[in-house]
Design a protein around this ligand. Structure first.
Ligand SMILES: *[C@@H]1O[C@H](CO)[C@@H](O)[C@H](O)[C@H]1NC(C)=O
Ligand SMILES: *[C@@H]1O[C@H](CO)[C@@H](O)[C@H](O)[C@H]1NC(C)=O
Ligand SMILES: *[C@@H]1O[C@H](CO)[C@@H](O)[C@H](O)[C@H]1NC(C)=O
Ligand SMILES: *[C@@H]1O[C@H](CO)[C@@H](O)[C@H](O)[C@H]1NC(C)=O
Length: 362
């Protein structure tokens, strides 16, 4: 649509110019006739000399003076055109501020009372990524956000708009459509540190990853037809649904889990049940699940962007050790070191534990 705007503008410019030309020209033609009686009398006298008839000339002039439209109608038309042009200027300003210059990373929503709310979740998430992750962290997301992450968070992405090689995109699609354990294998093979998904269920944003999910499945199926089958993600009736009647493959795939992790506990408002997805207008089907291979790292204010950290192989299925317990362990560790040092296995190596430098004599 927007690419057509210049063409439409030029065409309407030509149309208006033609229209105004028409009305102003008639004015210009008429005025000399009305304001120069001498010339007309001279002409009439000439005609009188030749043809010998004055009345006929007056009759000829009569229809010219009363122009077919009438001055009132003409000025009304001119005012209407001016009003249209003024409205057009207002419209142009609106379009430019909304479509051309409104950055698509910042979303605006209108609440029921008409007030505007700015959703800055994308920038929030990218800023978090840039501040809280290692410089060389690799972020896996669907390719639509590849350039944004690279540009705004300065982190390496796996896939972006440079789609000339389909195999990486298909691999990311396969990871998103597989169950957690199968996805973990792909993610370790690709050296992924973080996974970023876009989830619109809380605010009703329809351009999120669940709505794009079938494309991921299709692209993955194109390259890996043995592992991914699009039909697995549909119900028997051929429906794509995320509620309790949805296909089990869908309810257990990585994209579903990353989008809906902890969402089952969330009650958006008193009218809806917990876990009600506003984008798809349904209560999600798989509410109680935990993540084994990933952990939630960050979720933005409106849950629009969710970032997960991929655990390292030594981290899963282990209870998290609270910081207090770690302190106890570090003391036993230091005594071990001392005994080892006495045996002479580690020499002249100062060990720093919790900011305390242990010298050899201690
Ligand atoms: C982006 O990250 C690299 C290191 O990964 C760093 O050298 C570079 O300065 C960063 N660029 C900006 C604009 O922060
Ligand atoms: C990348 O693709 C997305 C989705 O199609 C699009 O919104 C975005 O503008 C593209 N970015 C660039 C830099 O081409
Ligand atoms: C696309 O990427 C895959 C995986 O990195 C590679 O094996 C393949 O050769 C690439 N294709 C082309 C056309 O470069
Ligand atoms: C995950 O998917 C793989 C391959 O599709 C399958 O072999 C495995 O049994 C699945 N794991 C679970 C827990 O469903």
């Amino acid at each position: 649509m927007l690419t057509l705007t210049p063409v439409v503008c030029m065409l309407s410019g030509i149309a208006f110019s033609g229209l105004l030309d028409l009305f102003f020209k008639e004015d210009a033609i008429q005025r000399p006739e009305e304001s120069e009686p001498e010339e007309s009398s001279a002409v009439s006298s000439k005609l009188y000399d030749k043809a010998g008839r004055v009345p006929k000339m007056k009759h000829e002039q009569q229809p010219r003076e009363t122009d077919p439209i009438g001055p009132n109608v003409r000025s009304i038309i001119l005012v209407v055109i001016m009003l249209l042009l003024m409205l057009f200027a207002v419209h142009c300003t609106w379009v430019t501020s909304n479509a051309y210059s409104s950055p698509s990373v910042v979303l605006a929503s209108y609440s029921a009372d008409g007030s505007r709310q700015i959703l800055d979740d994308f920038r929030e998430a990218y800023f978090w990524l840039s501040q809280n992750t290692a410089d060389h962290a690799r972020v896996m997301s669907w390719w639509d956000y590849g350039y944004q992450i690279a540009g705004m968070a300065n982190r390496t992405t796996l896939v972006d708009n440079n789609t000339w090689n389909n195999s990486h995109i298909a691999l990311v699609g396969k990871a998103m459509s597989s169950n957690e354990s199968a996805a973990y294998e792909i993610m370790t093979a690709l050296d992924v540190d973080y996974v970023l998904v876009i989830f619109g269920g809380v605010i009703g944003y329809s351009g999120d990853d669940i709505n794009k999910f079938l494309w991921m499945v299709r692209i993955a199926e194109g390259e890996h037809p043995k592992d991914i089958r699009e039909s697995d993600y549909f119900t028997e009736n051929g429906e794509f649904r995320v509620d309790s009647q949805g296909a089990p493959t869908l309810l257990n795939c990585l994209m579903y889990k990353l989008s809906y992790y902890r969402f089952g506990e969330l009650k958006l408002d008193y009218r809806t049940a917990a876990g009600y997805d506003r984008t798809r207008n349904t209560v999600i089907g798989n509410k109680d699940f935990t993540l084994t291979y990933l952990e939630e790292a960050y979720t933005t204010e409106h849950w629009l962007v969710r970032i997960y950290r991929v655990k390292k192989p030594d981290e899963f299925n282990r209870p998290r050790i609270p910081v207090a317990n770690r302190l106890v362990k570090s003391t036993s560790f230091s005594s071990k070191k001392n005994s080892k040092r006495k045996k002479g296995s580690i020499k002249n190596k100062p060990v720093v534990i919790k900011g305390k430098r242990l010298s050899k004599q201690s």
